[in-house]
Design a protein around this ligand. Sequence first.
Ligand code: ADE
Length: 229
Amino acid sequence: MRIDVLSAVPFVMESYLKHSILAKAQEKGVVTIKVHDLRDFATDKHRQIDDYPYGGGGGMVLKPEPIGNAIESLSKERTYDEIIYLTPDGEVFNQAIANALSLKKNLLFLAGHYKGVDERVRQLYITKELSIGDYVLTGGELAALVVIDAIVRLIPGAVGDSSAILEDSFQDGLLAPPVYTRPVVYKGLEVPEVLRSGNAKAIQEWRLKMALEKTRKRRPDLFKRYLQR
Ligand code: ADE
């Protein structure tokens, strides 16, 4: 997979991309991630990328030309399956969207900043708008990292044990059951006997029961949807 990101502050993403499972995935050749500085696509000598909003009000708006130039220039190199804008008014990101995006070949992310991007950029270029939750961040970079991380770990070969992915919370519509490792007793608390029994069927049943219980208590919305499937 190839991922390109457009950002007004590309350096804030570099550290995470260089020191995480995302870095490992890149080293393994599973994914190539490139962050591009929007300023490199500015049209004036001051490399201006934002301007005051028409109609007044606070904050700055990202200008359309640098973004348009960047998207058009990158699109000459490859065809993007999706051009994704991170914004609090987008569709709320979830595991199903991550699963679908993990099957794509080329993705382009636009991280918003300041007050947002000129609406015409959204009309002309953006194919998908994603929010990572109902709160406002200072910029889309963290949101882009969240979405990219969730996608890349699903690509075969990106993480060590890919069978673990199927056991993630949300993959079957339920929260994940509790997990334990050694020692058997820690501060008086014992690892449930069934997990030490070697009985695969009993273990599977126990895990499903715990996942159902946890989901019912913590996320009645997910539980209801699970029962209706
Ligand atoms: N940019 C600012 N806040 C955001 C959010 N919640 N999701 C995605 N992008 C954002």
